[in-house]
Design a protein around this ligand. Structure first.
Ligand code: ATP
Ligand code: MG
Length: 391
């Protein structure tokens, strides 16, 4: 059986009313960008779906690569490998029977159901008639029995505008909305388990993520491989990503000199946001992403989160805030960042903080202690030199 097309169904875009064409355009652009190194004939919109013509994608690895890529593109709800047939009911019947026979050579099923779709409302037969006619052809020419409630094989006959598609199995995508539809966010990426998962969560809500990592080279000179490989894994979902690595040692020295140890973690994180805000301005990003989960560590008590999030004006998004550690780990495994996240790495946040850090910080106290910090002076000198890397 020669599979000639891929049918792509999208997720929430269908709920977008008047903005739907915009979301469809963004998703189509993303798919084209992801497939730019792969040979296929063309991609086009047909009714409420996209169709990729792969009749000229010769090798099996070619189609396998497309499958791998589509599985990770936010906005795609599912996709199917299909054969195409002329829009003639007799031909559709014959080709469906051929396709089912070929399917039965490799798969053992006993019951089926035809599920007709009609994107072309002008087609001479309505869905129930298509179900009946094609169902009859399959019933008479194979051993299969009909089961409309719980079929082992669901045969979709989709009459599009140009041709009719026949397919059996849907491959699940990650759903959500296409990257770039929502605008940009700066993600504070630590190298731990949580922040990569948080970045992924916002990507599948349509945000393009710019990554910022703070590093103190004097306590951690292991190189940047770990951070870069995390960004590389996450780029499977949004395409090429920008990463800024900001040297944190001077800021940290300044904080250690002037802030009592029990408040240092809070001030490290406030300063990180302030510096990330400079990157956000440059990138025209509209907010931040962080891997905070309520009460997981001392910096994540409600009081401390209040004080930390008060450091900047742009909104801070914490998509993991209500998740348990195990739930976050499960997602990290699913998106394949876990293995990299658990490689030992000294995060600058844990450097010279107290054994018993403050858990009920008060904004007035922290602001008072920060008065003598000369962060912006150091920032002017350092941030201006920082260039992003594309990964
Ligand atoms: P993670 O697993 O994401 O590191 P965590 O539970 O270890 O989270 P913290 O290390 O306190 O918690 O960090 C909380 C959040 O602060 C992180 O999710 C991340 O967004 C940000 N953060 C911490 N350290 C850094 C860093 N060195 N560079 C950039 N962001 C950081
Ligand atoms: Mg951490």
């Amino acid at each position: 059986m020669l599979l000639t097309h891929i049918i792509i169904h999208y997720d929430e875009i269908t709920l977008k009313g008047g903005n739907r064409p915009f979301f469809e355009r963004v998703l189509l652009n993303n798919i084209k960008e992801f497939l730019k190194n792969i040979k296929y004939d063309k991609i086009y919109k047909d009714g409420g779906k996209f169709v990729i013509d792969i009749s000229k994608t010769d090798s099996k690895t070619g189609t396998q690569n497309i499958e791998k890529i589509l599985k990770n593109i936010p906005g795609i709800s599912n996709f199917c490998f299909a054969i195409s047939v002329e829009k003639d009911i007799k031909m559709i019947g014959e080709e469906t029977v051929k396709a089912v026979r070929s399917y039965l050579e490799k798969n053992k099923v006993e019951t089926f159901k035809i599920e007709a779709r009609r994107s072309d409302k002008e087609f001479e037969f309505k869905s129930p008639e298509i179900n009946y006619k094609i169902g009859e052809a399959v019933f008479e020419n194979t051993e299969l029995k009909v089961d409309v409630h719980n079929p082992e094989l669901e045969i979709i006959v989709d009459v599009g505008h140009r041709q009719c598609f026949i397919y059996f199995e849907k491959i699940k995508g990650i759903g959500g909305l296409p990257v770039n539809a929502a605008g940009k966010l700066v993600s504070l990426l630590s190298g731990g388990i949580d922040s990569p998962v948080a970045s992924y969560m916002m990507m599948k809500r349509g945000a393009r993520i710019i990554f910022v990592h703070f590093k103190n080279k004097t306590i951690n000179n292991t190189g940047d491989d770990k951070i870069k490989s995390l960004v590389k894994e996450l780029s499977r979902f949004q395409g090429n990503s920008k990463l800024y690595i900001i040297p944190f040692e001077e800021f940290q020295k300044e904080i250690i000199a002037k802030i009592p140890s029990k408040n240092r973690m809070i001030v490290y994180r406030r300063v990180m946001f302030k510096l990330a805000e400079m990157i956000a301005k440059k990138e025209k990003a509209k907010g931040f992403v962080t891997g905070d989960s309520l009460s997981q560590v001392a910096s994540q008590t409600l009081d401390n989160i209040g004080v930390i999030y008060n450091s900047v004006n742009l909104p801070i998004f914490s998509p993991l805030i209500g998740m348990n550690k195990q739930e976050i780990i499960d997602l990290a495994l699913k998106i394949r960042t876990y293995e990299t996240s658990i490689i030992p790495y000294q995060d600058c946040c844990s450097f010279l903080i107290a054994k018993h850090p403050e858990t009920k910080a008060r904004l007035e106290d922290i602001l008072k202690q920060e008065e003598n910090l000369e962060i912006s002076k150091i920032a002017e000198r350092i941030i201006i030199k920082i260039r992003s890397e594309v990964i």
